[in-house]
Design a protein around this ligand. Sequence first.
Ligand SMILES: [Ca+2]
Length: 467
Amino acid sequence: MNVLFLISDDLTSTALSCYGNEVCQTPNIDTLAAAGTRFTRAYCQATYCGPSRASFLSGYYPHATGVLGYTSPRPQIGDRQTWPQCFKDQGYYTARVSKIYHMGVPGGIETGGDGRDHDGGNGADDAISWTERFNSPGPEWKATGDGETLENNPDGARPVVGGNTFVVVEAEGDDNVHSDGKTAVKAADLIRKKREQPFWLGVGFVRPHVPFVAPAKYFEPFKPYRKIRLPERIEGDWDDIPKLGINYKTSQNMKMDLRHQRKAVGGYYASVAYMDAQVGKVLAALRESGQEENTIVVFTSDHGYHLGEHDFWAKVSLRDESSQVPLIIKVPGKAPGVCHSLVEMLDLYPTLAKLCEVEVPDHVQGKDLSKLLDDPTLAVRDAAFCVAPMRKGFLLRTDRWAFIQYKEDASGGIELFDMQSDPQQFTNLASSPEHAAVVAEMKQRLTQKLIDVRTNDLVNRKRQPAK
Ligand SMILES: [Ca+2]
């Protein structure tokens, strides 16, 4: 079996039509979902690129390696095999196109590296994981077209800028002007190429990560932007949550009025629609190459995203919109299904290894999900674990509860949401006396989870400082 691993950047499942979005249409991802197993409760292990990617690629939780920022896990894991490396060592051709390990967006895409001095311009990449690797440079925010900076631009005086900033560009030209278009072309080439070995091909799309840049036609379904519906908001929503629970980007600190907010959602959706079209090209190439019946396809994102819920925007938050990820696994010959089990991105490494009969190293901290692909009513976990080191935050997500704690001793505050009666997470129950027992139990479970995470074969290893 080949593995085709498709990963979008900063994609919340709530923006996909196969996860219920009625405005943003993603027909290509939907087709894959209809033919595979769609997971409704998959969680990343960290809510921003660097630590999330280092985690599922290395097989360790962020607090096992200590990779909580934008570095490669390699100095921490020594000669232990990453997920693609494990396949490479057992006879696979492994390649990445564009962003698989962390890479700065838009900086790294503009330059074809990551805009930082890591690994010769390949970001937090890990050369030994790959037989070959390819970058997909693109103009990003400098693309020719109709551009506007939405963030911190109340009077409209700010020009279109780069960096991690909400910018929309309705671009001139076709799909292949941009990074993801080039990524699809390269991935299709690699799929068509006949080779002796099976492949593990990682295809990294950078949209819908900011800047929201796509060919103008992808914006049309979302115009006029004034018709975009923003999420429900309630009075006093922030009053019962700790300071660290207020996300790092909000409508207020980004100075985005309702017009800016609606355009941000429209720009995000256009970026998702553009990315979905590129996914379609890669899947068409797979079909045309005659390898659909011996290729496992995975589609996911490195973490989720807020589109105005609670007046929060972007990533980092540990609420479901940000910590939950889309996850579709299609295995040839297996019946399609929808699986509601809690699962983690860490589970991908052992699951794909099992499905491909590749030997999994002992260090891997995830669980094998392969039996869920035969029977989606099964469950493998009673909780998913996710962190936001930037906010010193920890999430333990069980069937019923979302328990979020800030700082290891909880001194930064606690949030407890009843996901059955309050799926939008409006009411923090952490200080309600009738939930004291639940809080105490979840606190204890979180403490134990961190102990388990830190009990691993790296513990006695002399750490090399991260690059
Ligand atoms: Ca990301």
